[in-house]
Design a protein around this ligand. Sequence first.
Ligand SMILES: [Ca+2]
Ligand SMILES: [Ca+2]
Length: 557
Amino acid sequence: MTAIGAAARPAIGQRRRFMAPSSLADGAVAFAATFVCNAAFWLAVWALGPILFGWHSVALVSGSMSPLFGVGDVVVAEPYDGSALAPRTVIVFHTPGSDRLTTHRIVSVNSDGSYRTRGDANAVDDSTPVPASAIVAVGRLRVPFMGLPVTWWQTGNYPPLAATILILVLAVFFRGGWPRDDGPRPATSRPGGLSRLARIGVVLAVIAVVATHFSAAAFAATTPNGANAWGAGTIFPGARSSTAHTISDASNGGTAVNASDPLSYSGDTRTKTTGNWAAAYSSTRYFELGYEAPLAAGQAVSGASFLFDWAAATAGTTVCFYFEVRKASTSTVLATYGSSSSPVACNGTTTLQATSTPIPIVTTTDIANDLAIRVYAWHSGAKAIVIDRATITGSTAYQSFVLYEKSSTDRSTGTATTTPWSLSTAEGTAYASAANWTTAYNSARYLSFTFGAYVPTGAAVTDVTLTHTWKGSTAGKNFCYFIQVYNGATLLGAHGSSSSPYHCDSTAAWVTDTISLPEAASVANANAVTIKLYGWNAASGKSSHDLLGLAVTYSLP
Ligand SMILES: [Ca+2]
Ligand SMILES: [Ca+2]
């Protein structure tokens, strides 16, 4: 081995193949080369060694997990044993609809046991839930840079790959210092060590393995997908819920009265009037809607639009608006349509004006299932506005859909008032029958509730369940009811009867009934459920209905 600082001046007339540098430079070269060799060796051990024990080494070829994991990093992952995983765990899983694998982080656990995932750098969750059966491994260790040769190889980026190979070869070659011919050289660089030539051969062999076999085996099957939406594909079994927004109230025994959600349908003479707005735009005055989440996750959405029908409440004034699309769960602004200086529309009359504004930010059902719309309006007369409809429409590969509100917050005055849609949640804001019930069953007295259509064409429907939270008017006096289930005018089934009510309760406290509706377990029926509720009240009082939800369990291969 050429000792550092041991270079001797060659005899006069002796030719030298290499120009001998100074001792200091010679030592620097040896140090740098040794450092590169050792760093490469130990990184390789950490990145590849676990494979010998059945673990996985995953080269990241996208930045979807940055900043913690960068392109070219290797994630060393332990084989998945099927146990329950907690949010924030990094997992390697089969990409839905693809033979590729993805490395992303668990965001939450779905009710059906599947996992919602997201790349750390992505703004939204992955569109398709990940079932446990699709999980390959659980990330345990990050090894920086070791996957870079693979990413270069796979992306055809050969210059840095060639440069890296050259650097490694030179590092091995110069690891013992600057080569000289100033004396007899030992056969090995050190006792028991490899010759430089042999070490170069080893490095080239390792690189060849990494670039070919490694990318084809250990890494090729683990190519992450940086995208967060995989488009339409398998719909995993699961229950998706919606609530009734259409109410027809015949509790008085006469003509049924439309008592539907004022914000869900246009031209139905049912509107919501806000408070008084300011004459100019104010960032603290808005009307915000949160929407229900009735769609199966993981589907691509096209043609999403916000339908907003409104008018000034006072003649001779002008009202303008623009809006933000927000992620309901975090209130993060996803996109803004229009602005205070360039409104989406202005209306100078008290005649309802319909607007339909495309919201292309809604590209997946995951986004659609977590939506809020914040409408900023201003009114030249600082008066109220009237809203006839505020819904979202769109399409998946299987169907078109309409999203209805879950609740609305009116902050037109600068002070917020939140009003849940009465039937959307069981929180005490309830729908009360328009009239007092009679003390005995009367076939002309009923409430009718109709649900939206959200089950994809072709789905296998395995369960339909109605959840009904209700109470009577007076403690000590029974309120009784039974229901009939319709598809349009077609009676599908009944639960209870006038002689054998489905449920009677005299506590005047909230009661929740969970009613299985096997007669509605088809796509056609589940998409057209109307519940007709016949009631009678020993106190001759009203009834209150706090939640009327329909959960449909289905899957689609
Ligand atoms: Ca309306
Ligand atoms: Ca309620």
